[in-house]
Design a protein around this ligand. Structure first.
Ligand code: NI
Length: 176
């Protein structure tokens, strides 16, 4: 039995394993719940608002997010419906130091299994929709840099600097 969670190593864009398509979770059991807990800890420590299992080199369809103070731990997320469009800056814990402009649906409905293995539907709009779609992309081996509105929008941010915390607040929030 384990009493504490562990920080996992986040792999970055040059690691080809980030490009694999993750497998469906056959059953949400204790090992999957442990993975979810470790992923939440890793995401909060980074800090970021979302993390997909293949970012920590586990090839399973598991994502975690924390948006508007609400924590999501989900397995096998699938998009049911999308509508609208939002264009905004996005970052990624696996592409440290950069943000770029990505167009996403503004509203999304997904179905997924929660940490008890129960099927749930989640509706998100704005940042939550962006985070959900970004994380599901990860599970299919897709990164935000594949979806830039234009390569010209990709720009560096000074990770961890005080300047980032003030001037780049939005970009920090979108590190998913
Ligand atoms: Ni990401």
């Amino acid at each position: 039995m384990r009493f504490s969670v562990a920080l996992l190593e986040i792999i970055t864009k040059d690691n080809p394993r980030l490009r694999l398509k993750a497998r469906r979770v056959p059953k949400v059991d204790d090992s999957v719940r442990r993975l979810m807990d470790d992923m939440v800890e890793t995401m909060l420590d980074a800090p970021g608002v979302g993390l997909a299992a293949n970012q920590v080199d586990v090839q399973l369809r598991v994502i975690v997010m924390k948006v508007d103070n609400q924590l999501y731990t989900l397995a096998n997320p699938e998009v049911v419906r999308t509508s609208g469009e939002q264009i905004g800056l996005e970052g990624c814990l696996s592409v440290p130091g950069f943000v770029g402009e990505v167009a996403r649906a503004d509203r999304v409905t997904i179905k997924a299994l929660n940490r008890n293995g129960k099927e749930v539907r989640i509706k998100g709009e704005g940042l939550l929709a962006r985070a959900i779609l970004h994380e599901i992309d990860h599970l299919d081996g897709v990164l935000f840099i594949d979806r830039l509105t234009s390569i010209d929008t990709l720009r560096p941010v000074a990770v961890g600097s005080e300047e980032e915390a003030t001037e780049e607040d939005e970009a920090v929030t979108l590190a998913v």
